[in-house]
Design a protein around this ligand. Structure first.
Ligand code: ARG
Length: 283
């Protein structure tokens, strides 16, 4: 298998100008204020970290007026089939503000020969890899639903992609995407925030990941610990606001890269949200 590949979106137009999750407003109810030069520097820190880890980085240009486009985990879900062909499912974004992002990604994939799949409106909502995580060792997907993705969409994705999708119901708006509360680490272990799930879904997670661990103290909420990205099965990139969880992961043998993500957390996102994992090349 080829090396890992990600798609990032340049951060020039990133901002917080509307609130579609609880992280986007402060305790006073006002929109969070982004330090834009700092956001740009933090994004370059992520890009550099990927390059140092040997990840191929692709960049789509950000677009004025689309302040959340930088969160490339959400607009699409790409995969490669057993015969080697490349496919991508476009998202049905939950918020009207984010829907205009999708055509830019469609064009990017079209230019690279992917077969484009457009979800039927009857599927309901769908926000790409924000709610669809690959199981680290099995041909299976974990599918979050409840806020940004509909349960119906998960059933349709199972048929389209041809792998089982384990539905997991999210019940707390602080953890509105599956990637904010679950990070599969290996075949038996995940970093997970139990409070984010309903009891039936929690049982499913305990079955799937019997060696699960939780972020230390409040790092799963304030530090976006579960929004880490596992790179190549050995390294994890994690938000610098989760230092104690980072140490826990180091003790478990991971090569941990900590990055400041203060500005993106003001929008309700961190490391995992800022990239799309592209299918690897076949060679
Ligand atoms: N402000 C963005 C939104 O609410 C943040 C998206 C974060 N992405 C993620 N995959 N969790 O849609």
């Amino acid at each position: 298998m080829g090396s890992p590949r990600v798609l990032l979106c340049s951060p020039d137009h990133f901002d917080v100008v509307y609130a579609i999750n609880p992280h986007m407003v402060g305790d006073d109810g006002r929109l969070s204020e982004v330090d834009r030069p700092r956001a740009v520097a933090q994004w370059h820190g992520l890009k550099n970290a990927y390059e140092r880890l040997g990840v191929e980085v692709n960049v789509i240009p950000g677009v004025a007026g689309l302040p959340d486009m930088v969160f490339t985990a959400n607009q699409t879900f790409p995969w490669r089939t057993a015969d080697g062909s490349l496919h991508v499912l476009l998202s049905s974004m939950a918020s009207v503000e984010r829907r205009p992002e999708v055509p830019y990604f469609r064009r990017w994939y079209e230019e690279r020969g992917y077969t484009i799949h457009v979800p039927d409106p009857s599927w309901g909502l769908l926000e790409g890899m924000g709610d669809l995580l690959w199981h680290p060792t099995r041909p299976a997907l974990l599918g979050g639903h409840g806020f940004r993705t509909s349960e119906r969409a998960l059933i349709e994705i199972e048929a389209l992609v041809g792998v089982p999708v384990v539905p997991l119901r999210l019940v707390d708006p602080r953890w509105y995407h599956l990637d904010t509360c679950l990070a599969p680490l290996d075949g038996s272990r995940a970093l997970v925030c139990p409070k984010a799930f309903d009891p039936v879904s929690w049982d499913a997670i305990e079955d799937l990941f019997p060696d699960w661990i939780s972020p230390v103290e409040d790092e799963g909420e304030r530090g976006f610990a579960c929004n880490l990205h596992v790179v190549g099965g050995e390294s994890v990139i994690i938000d610098d606001a989760s230092p104690r969880t980072a140490v826990l992961l180091e003790e478990l043998g991971w090569n941990v890269v900590r990055l400041p993500m203060t500005e993106f957390r003001k929008s309700g996102g961190s490391v995992f949200c800022l990239k799309m994992e592209l299918p690897r090349s076949e060679s």
